[in-house]
Write a protein that binds this ligand. Structure first.
Ligand code: ZN
Ligand code: ZN
Length: 412
C-alpha cells in the first residue's frame, strides 16, 4: 500500500467455468462446469484480517469510512498488505489469478462536524443511530459520540452512510470535563480519580493511546474546568460549547491570552447536544476541518494541527485563510511570509469581519449587504493572526461571534 491512499478497490479474475461448445441435434450446447473456485481475503500489515468473502464477490472496496460487506472499514496504512487466496478447488492443470488494484489518493477537503454529543447511553434521548441521522440531515459530515464516562468502541458504532462517527468519551469529573476522542479505550478501569496523580494518569493514558484530548467548556456555568490545564497533556480547547454565551466568550479570552503568551493551541467546538431545545442542535456550533479524507484519523490529525475553524451552524459562513503555503494552524517564518489571504462566503448584511493579532483587532469589512469577501492583511510583527466574524443575531442586541478561526503563526 503506497502512502496517502483513501480507498482501495480490489478486483480479481480467474477461469472459473470451462466447457467447449458441441453440436447437438437442434443447435449448439456449451456446458458450464466449475473447474476452479478461489476464495478472496485481505490481511492488513499487522496481520489482522480485514475481511474474507469466499468466492462470491470478485470486487471489493475498503477505506477507513466504508467497506464492502464482509470487510471492515480500516485505515489504509502504508506497508505490506496481503491478498489471501483460498484454493478451494483447482483444475489439474492449475489456475491463473490476476488482480486489479485501484488506489484512490487522499485529497484536501472541508468537512463539517460536531465533536461533542450525548446519546441514550448517558443523559441524551437519542440512540447513536438516531443522532447520526439527525446530524447528517443538519448537514454534518462527522460526529463524535462523547457520553459521560462511557467508552464506546468504533466497531460498536452503527454505519450511517455519509457520516463519519467518531468514538469518544466525555471524561466527567466534578472538577472538570474533557473529551477523549478517536480511540475505543482511552484508559483502563473507571473514570474515578481522587487525586491529581490519578487525574494525570487518565490523561496520560488517553495521550499514549492516541486520543484527541479536548478541555471541554472550561468556563461553563455549572461545570468549569478547575484542574490546572497547563499541568495536563491536551490537544485542543473547546472554546465554543453549545450556544454562544459569556462562558464561551471567557474561554475565547483565556485561549487568546495563551496564544499571546506564545502557546500554539488549537480550538474546536461542540454542541454538547442532549435533546432538541431552543438554540440546541447538532452542529451548533460546527467545527469545519480541512482534512485529507473523511476518516477519523485524518479528521483528528487535522484538528490537532488546527486546520479548522468554528462556525455557529453547519450553514454558517465559510473561511479559507492562507499565508504563502500555510493554512490555518500552520506556522510560517515572519522573515519570509507577512501576508494572509482571507476568503469568506456567506456573509450577512452588518457582519463584521476582523483579523485578531497579539497587538490588535483590525476591521477587514463591515458588510453592507449579504455577500462574500476576498482580501488580504499584512502582519506588522511576528505572532499569530486569526479571524473572527461577528453578527447581530438578534437586532439591537450586541453582536456575537458567528465564526472563530484557528490562527496562522508567524515565527521569529
Ligand atoms: Zn460536560
Ligand atoms: Zn457534554
Amino acid at each position: 500500500m503506497p502512502p496517502d491512499v483513501e480507498s482501495l478497490a480490489l478486483t480479481y479474475h480467474y477461469e472459473r467455468h470451462r466447457g467447449s461448445e458441441t453440436g447437438v441435434a437442434h443447435g449448439h450446447f456449451t456446458p458450464r462446469q466449475e473447474v476452479n473456485t478461489i476464495d478472496l481475503g485481505l490481511i492488513a500489515p499487522d496481520g489482522t484480517e480485514v475481511g474474507e468473502t469466499g468466492s462470491d464477490k470478485t470486487s471489493v472496496q475498503v477505506s477507513e469510512t466504508s467497506a464492502t460487506p464482509g470487510y471492515r472499514p480500516c485505515r489504509l496504512v502504508p506497508g505490506e498488505w496481503r491478498i489471501l487466496l483460498g484454493a478451494y478447488k483447482v483444475a489439474p492443470d492449475g489456475v491463473m489469478v490476476t488482480y486489479e488494484l485501484t488506489f484512490t489518493p487522499k485529497r484536501l477537503r472541508l468537512l463539517k462536524g460536531d465533536l461533542h454529543a450525548h446519546t441514550l447511553a448517558s443523559d441524551g434521548v437519542l440512540t447513536v443511530e438516531e443522532l447520526g441521522r439527525h446530524a447528517l440531515r443538519h448537514g454534518l459530515d462527522f460526529l463524535a459520540i462523547t457520553d459521560h464516562n462511557q467508552k464506546v468502541a468504533a466497531d460498536a458504532l452503527p454505519r450511517v452512510p455519509g457520516l463519519t462517527l467518531i468514538p469518544g468519551i466525555e471524561w466527567t469529573h466534578y472538577k472538570g470535563h474533557a473529551t477523549f476522542t478517536g480511540v475505543d479505550r482511552p484508559y483502563d478501569g473507571s473514570f474515578a480519580a481522587n487525586t491529581d496523580e490519578e487525574v494525570a494518569a487518565r490523561f496520560a493514558s488517553a495521550r499514549a493511546r492516541g486520543a484527541l484530548i479536548t478541555i471541554a467548556h472550561p468556563f461553563d456555568e455549572g461545570c468549569p474546568f478547575l484542574f490546572d490545564a497547563q499541568a495536563l497533556p491536551f490537544d485542543c480547547i473547546e472554546v465554543w460549547n453549545g450556544p454562544m454565551r459569556p462562558a464561551n466568550l471567557q474561554a475565547i479570552g483565556w485561549w487568546h491570552n495563551l496564544l499571546v503568551a506564545g502557546k500554539k493551541i488549537p480550538v474546536c467546538g461542540g454542541s454538547d447536544y442532549h435533546r432538541s431545545q431552543l438554540f440546541l442542535f447538532p452542529g451548533g456550533p460546527t467545527t469545519c476541518v480541512y482534512t485529507m479524507s473523511a476518516g477519523t484519523s485524518d479528521i483528528l490529525s487535522a484538528l490537532r494541527s488546527g486546520h479548522a475553524y468554528i462556525v455557529f451552524a453547519p450553514d454558517g459562513p465559510t473561511l479559507d485563510m492562507t499565508a504563502g503555503e500555510a493554512m490555518l494552524g500552520d506556522s510560517v517564518p515572519f522573515a519570509r511570509v507577512k501576508e494572509i489571504q482571507v476568503n469568506v462566503t456567506g456573509l450577512h448584511a452588518e457582519d463584521v469581519l476582523q483579523v485578531v493579532t497579539p497587538q490588535s483587532s483590525t476591521l477587514l469589512l463591515k458588510a453592507e449587504a449579504p455577500g462574500h469577501f476576498q482580501g488580504s492583511y499584512r502582519m506588522e510583527a511576528p505572532g499569530f493572526a486569526r479571524v473572527e466574524i461577528l453578527r447581530e443575531f438578534v437586532p439591537s442586541l450586541p453582536a456575537l461571534p458567528a465564526l472563530i478561526s484557528n490562527p496562522i503563526y508567524f515565527e521569529v
